[in-house]
Design a binder for this molecule. Structure first.
Ligand SMILES: [Zn+2]
Length: 330
């Protein structure tokens, strides 16, 4: 199948059937990207989507997965490369300035001078840093150690300025990797005024890694998790069991939310199933109609909330209050 970029009846019906009674009226989306496509560089799965994604387009299209809801958010760019991240930061600052209730993060390269990081955050009125493993040395960066793309000097600045840091850790076993665990604890304990958000539920692409590793973070006061792009309830449940529901925040990972498919665990790995890399027509004896990944993520969160017996007000916290407290908007 070709990549598509539009809502279908299957999306609308799934939301009405399974999610309309679950998703609260107010949403703070703690993980979303705005960009112009060139900022991602090289071929990207996002090429099926628009060339430009300004705030207005986000506000319109986030309703494809949360119809009728009022949404603000924490945004960052798509500039994953030394050549594009500065332009991406300028773009984000200009977009987020349009909504007084939304906030943004500065993409930083590990090569930046710490004082420049401090000045850029201030100049662009941002509330924290977003780091990407793509900035680590070498061609193959999926096994990079956290220090290779989030330097301790940048964490120190985040502590001094009381900033949020959004970290998508890598390595094949993610939160189950003892090297990742040790760095997260060391950074959080050494720099307690920095607030660390572990994206994708602590990189729960394989949820068993988060389940296995979550205990290693016990007792850390300045770590949070977002739900972004995770489509299995097992990604969320260990976090709530270990830290309580206050540390979990809903994030769409827009535009990833608007691709069709799921991220599923297989063995000790995971695989992203998308429209264009699976032969959906021959996969099953029934016709498969994949829906937005963001809808899959919402129903996984609903399952987790059910399994954990979260109350309606606790669910509202996950969608709104927890992020507002993290960002000191409450
Ligand atoms: Zn993201």
């Amino acid at each position: 199948m070709e990549l598509t970029w539009e809502p279908t009846d299957a999306d609308r019906e799934l939301f009405e059937r399974e999610l309309d009674g679950f998703v609260p009226d107010r949403i703070y989306d703690v993980h979303a990207h705005l960009y112009e496509l060139w900022q991602w560089k090289k071929p990207t799965i996002l090429e099926g989507g628009p060339e430009k994604l300004p705030l207005e387009r986000y506000q319109e299209e986030i309703r494809w997965i949360t119809p009728g809801r009022k949404t603000h958010g924490l945004f960052f760019g798509g500039g994953l490369h030394e050549e594009t991240f500065r332009a991406s930061n300028e773009y984000i600052a200009a977009q987020v300035a349009k909504d007084p209730a939304s906030r943004s993060l500065l993409i930083v390269s590990p090569h930046m001078d710490p004082e420049e990081v401090r000045q850029e955050v201030r100049r662009l009125s941002m509330v924290g840093l977003k780091v990407y493993q793509h900035f680590a040395p070498g061609e193959e960066t999926w096994e990079a150690e956290i220090e290779e793309f989030l330097t301790e000097e940048h964490v120190r600045v985040a502590h001094e300025e009381e900033l949020v840091i959004m970290l998508h850790m890598v390595k094949s076993r993610a939160l189950a990797d003892p090297v990742n665990q040790a760095t997260i604890r060391r950074y959080c304990e050494t720099w307690p005024k920095m607030r660390l958000v572990l994206a994708h539920s602590g990189t729960a692409f394989n949820p068993h890694h988060t389940a296995e590793g979550i205990h290693s973070l016990a007792g850390i006061d300045n770590v949070w998790f977002d739900t972004s792009a995770m489509t299995e309830a097992g990604a969320f449940e260990p976090i709530v069991r270990q830290f309580g529901h206050e540390r979990l925040m809903w994030g769409s990972d827009y535009p990833i939310s608007h691709l069709r498919g799921r991220c599923v665990a297989i063995g000790d790995n995971h695989v992203w199933l998308y429209e264009n890399n699976v032969d959906w027509g021959n996969l099953s004896y029934r016709r498969i109609q994949p829906v937005f990944l963001g809808l899959e993520s919402l129903r996984a969160l609903k399952t987790a909330a059910w399994n954990l017996r979260l109350s309606n007000s606790q669910v509202e916290d996950v969608f709104w209050t927890n992020a507002r407290r993290l960002l000191r908007l409450e």
